[in-house]
Design a protein around this ligand. Structure first.
Ligand SMILES: Nc1nc(=O)c2c([nH]1)NC[C@@H]1CN(c3ccc(C(=O)N[C@@H](CCC(=O)O)C(=O)O)cc3)C=[N+]21
Length: 293
């Protein structure tokens, strides 16, 4: 008997088709409003991984016609300088979206900085007002990574209602908002995290119809932990060196093993990552439309 093999949830392909639709929306907006939507990404310090993400975001903006206002600050930037920059961008009419790349250097208070972003420009959906709207089920800007996961599930017409969903991770960037979005889609949602005992985690995983992993540990999820035919979403991003010393990007899921058990599985790279960037672009376009149309 040949072993079953999961279908790949192709985030890269969905990102490309979604971005070409966004490109058309941007062109129409330019005609109507006389300018393109604008996105400002603030990055502080020289974390090389962050620099790569920010460059990807800028390239994606360029591709679909969004103007980017990159703001690179040295690692010794003060909280006051950071907040002053945010205030300037809040008042800049060319800027529709503001994103503060996380994590910030240790001496800076990310939560305080996020409070300063005008909620209608908060394309990351991390301002308390947008997070509060999500909790209450109101419309608002939604965090990009969880929104990307939901879009990916929808595009493959995977049903969520009445399914047992497990989210591993409770960050404000991914785990918490993702659990809320799955709840909104009527899944029965459980959240596990760093203080969940390993045996409990294993049991919860084995029961999950939809397993979302956002931890940052390569091979955390092995085949024996996955329910047969489960949908597995790997939000992990780990840069590792393989046996031959080559650097590569892997998620939190043992992909080849789990592919034999799951029904659908996101690859890393090419899964959730490209959808995150796409939702950021979409939020920027939406923010522009909501403020001017
Ligand atoms: N305020 C804030 N908002 C974020 O959304 C945010 C952040 N901070 N800090 C860092 C994380 C990480 N993140 C990624 C986005 C795209 C890829 C991505 O495009 N990944 C590609 C591969 C990239 C590569 O090869 O290096 C892929 O998975 O196929 C990855 C990671 C957004 N983040």
């Amino acid at each position: 008997m040949t072993s079953p093999s999961a279908q790949k949830l192709d985030g890269k392909a969905l990102a490309q088709s979604t971005q070409s639709q966004l490109k058309q929306r941007v062109e129409e907006l330019k005609l109507k409003q006389g300018r393109a939507p604008g996105l400002a990404v603030i990055i502080v310090g020289d974390d090389p991984a962050s620099a790569v993400y920010v460059r990807n975001k800028e390239k994606a903006c360029e591709k679909i016609g969004i103007t980017s206002f990159g703001q690179h600050f040295p690692s010794n930037t003060t909280q006051a300088e950071l907040e002053a920059k945010i205030a300037t961008l809040n008042d800049d009419s060319r800027v529709d979206g503001i994103l503060v790349q996380l994590p910030l250097p240790d001496h800076l208070d990310a939560i305080q900085a996020l409070y300063k972003i005008a909620p209608e420009k908060d394309v990351d959906g991390l301002h308390p007002s947008n997070l509060g709207r999500l909790v209450r089920g109101e419309k608002g800007l939604r965090s990009c990574t969880p929104a990307g996961v939901m879009r990916l599930l929808a595009s493959y017409q995977l049903s969520i209602a009445s399914k047992k969903a497990l989210v591993i991770g409770r960050s404000i960037l991914v785990g918490k908002p993702l659990a809320l979005m799955l709840l909104e889609a009527n899944a029965t949602v459980t959240t596990a995290h760093g203080k969940t005992p390993p045996e409990q985690l294993r049991e919860l995983c084995q029961q999950a119809d939809i397993l979302c992993v956002a931890v940052g540990k390569p091979n955390l999820i092995t085949a024996d932990m996955v329910k047969p035919e489960a949908v597995v979403i790997d939000v992990g991003m780990n840069r590792i060196e393989d046996e031959s010393g080559k650097k590569r990007l892997v998620g939190d899921v043992d992909f080849p093993q789990v592919a034999e058990v799951a029904s659908y599985l996101t690859p890393v790279p090419g899964g959730v990552g490209p959808m995150t960037v796409t939702m950021l672009l979409e939020n920027t376009v939406t923010s522009f439309e909501q403020r001017f149309l």
